[in-house]
Design a protein around this ligand. Structure first.
Ligand SMILES: [Zn+2]
Length: 491
């Protein structure tokens, strides 16, 4: 399989697309505005120690000094302790003017400074590295005890074989479940190289200084997505290309030489029709080559996917047509789940099939297509009604949640009351008030479509209402009103 990564970089956002055999499979988007500083490591300077609060303020180069509590400061075992909690006294740990290597755990908000810890942790794809201890831990969400043992042994084995100068501690992330030795080893080596560069920066920089930033999307891509199948990585920004090249040489040497600067005239996301595919991935309907189509609905609780045959299907080969449509749907669904990054519970309603062998083949095709997914997936069962239930691990926000918000016109319902329904609501409102006031006329403010209808299809009803209440009704188009909005005013 040939795999390629395209990166589109502009000052306000970075977008990464993964293309396999010429077909877009995954999209990642990061907007500069929404990046915080959580995870960043600084060489800070202690500016004030507050013994009463058992805390200190640390200058990390931001507008406001950041805050650290004694419980977040790594203490030597022989540090003097106090009180019931046995916490060491802050006065014995830090003093004003000293430099302190810290990591941000909470972004500064309003007048509050950032929160810090000295318990550093540097994440990679499957592992988190903790330079200050020697423990190998594992995410509780990996609950199979055999798998937990396998992973722990794997980490210990790799650490030993690589003869790392300082071993440090590791935590196996949930994403490590089912992952093989080569990936775990690559992560360990990556983290050690990365920690080496951070240590160097700590030594060479003068406080306050940032010595490690959680990787921006273009570098995270190199860390997380790059695998031996990747043939090339094309980037449309010279500056980012240079940064990525440097990063790759130092930390991901296995893809050195495959990073290219894209200087083409066509926008990079026009290659392989990526831009169009992204737009289509926001729609509910996905057309299948066989003539059928999928309807994908994302709700808060789950995603439902409905498989349909297209239009008229002859009687003779009905079962065969349905089978083919379901097969195509299986591969398309696997791709759409990745592309849209849909996570959680997914319910698929395939078209009913009589033949049990056909049913098995459709499920097998789905399973096989899901194997290419970076996120963990699993088919959990087929219900009595023939619905296929599956799960996909939630990672980032879905594409839709990244790029869209609920429609303000329908509040996300996807449906609007018809102009006819609104006309009748207007009539009811007028009739309800008719006896209460001594006015001569009503003025109705409504959307164009509603006023058009009142003047045309509903004109008889308007005349009837006017006769009944013995008052006149006038209309005025309000261009800013949505179809559901209207006001009835006494005049
Ligand atoms: Zn809407």
């Amino acid at each position: 399989m040939s795999e390629e990564i395209l990166m589109n970089v502009s000052p306000m956002e970075s977008r990464v697309s993964v293309v396999e055999n010429g077909v877009l499979q995954e999209v990642y988007i990061e907007r500069s505005r929404s990046r915080g500083i959580v995870g960043n490591v600084y060489k800070g300077k202690v500016v004030r120690v507050l013994p009463g609060m058992q805390a200190a303020f640390v200058d990390i180069g931001l507008e406001r000094a950041a805050f650290i509590h004694v419980s977040e400061i790594q203490a030597k075992a022989d540090a003097p302790r106090q009180g019931e909690s046995g916490e060491p006294n802050i006065l014995g740990l830090v003093h004003e003017g000293q430099s302190l290597v810290v990591q941000v755990t909470k972004d500064p908000i309003g007048s509050k400074g950032a929160r810090l810890t000295t318990h550093l942790s540097i994440p990679a794809r499957y592992l988190v590295f903790m330079p200050h201890n020697n423990h190998v831990g594992i995410s509780l969400r990996i609950d199979d005890s055999q798998e937990r043992d396998r992973l722990k042994e794997l980490v210990e084995k790799c650490i030993e074989e690589e003869q790392l100068s300082e071993r440090g501690g590791f935590i196996l992330r949930t994403a490590a479940e089912g992952v093989g030795e080569s990936e775990i080893r690559a992560d360990i080596l990556f983290l050690h190289r990365l920690w080496g560069t951070i240590e160097e920066a700590i030594k060479e920089s003068k406080a306050p200084a940032c010595v490690y930033e959680d990787l921006p999307l273009h570098l995270r891509t190199m860390r997380d997505l790059v695998n031996p199948n990747i043939e090339r990585i094309r980037i449309d920004s010279r500056e980012t290309f240079e940064k990525v090249s440097k990063f790759v040489k130092k930390l991901v040497p296995q893809v050195d030489g495959r990073v290219e600067y894209y200087s083409g005239e066509r926008p990079i996301f026009d290659l392989f029709g990526v831009e169009d595919e992204i737009t289509r991935a926001l729609g509910r309907k996905v057309q299948l080559k066989s003539g059928g189509y999928l309807i994908i609905d994302q709700t808060e609780a789950m995603t439902t996917i409905d498989v349909n045959t297209g239009g008229f299907v002859g009687h003779r080969n009905l079962e065969e047509t349905i089978f083919k449509t379901n097969l195509e749907a299986s591969t398309t669904i696997a791709r759409q789940l990745r592309l849209r990054n849909l996570g959680g519970i997914i319910i698929i309603d395939f078209i009913d099939m009589e033949d049990a062998e056909h049913q098995r083949q459709v499920l097998r095709t789905l399973e096989k297509s899901l194997e290419n997914d970076h996120a963990k997936t699993g088919i959990t069962g087929v219900t009595e009604l023939g619905l296929v239930q599956m799960t996909r691990k939630r990672t980032r926000e879905s594409l839709e949640n990244t790029l869209c918000e609920a429609c303000p016109t329908c509040n996300g319902r996807g449906m609007l009351k018809t102009a006819e329904t609104i006309c009748y609501e207007i009539f009811r409102e007028i009739l309800r008030n008719a006896r209460a006031y001594e006015n001569d006329a009503y003025l109705v403010l409504a959307a164009q479509s509603v006023v058009d209808r009142l003047l045309d299809e509903e004109s008889d009803n308007v005349a009837n209402v006017e006769a009944f209440i013995d008052k006149t009704i006038r209309f005025q188009v309000e261009p800013m009103y949505t179809q559901e909005q209207f006001d009835v005013v006494l005049v």
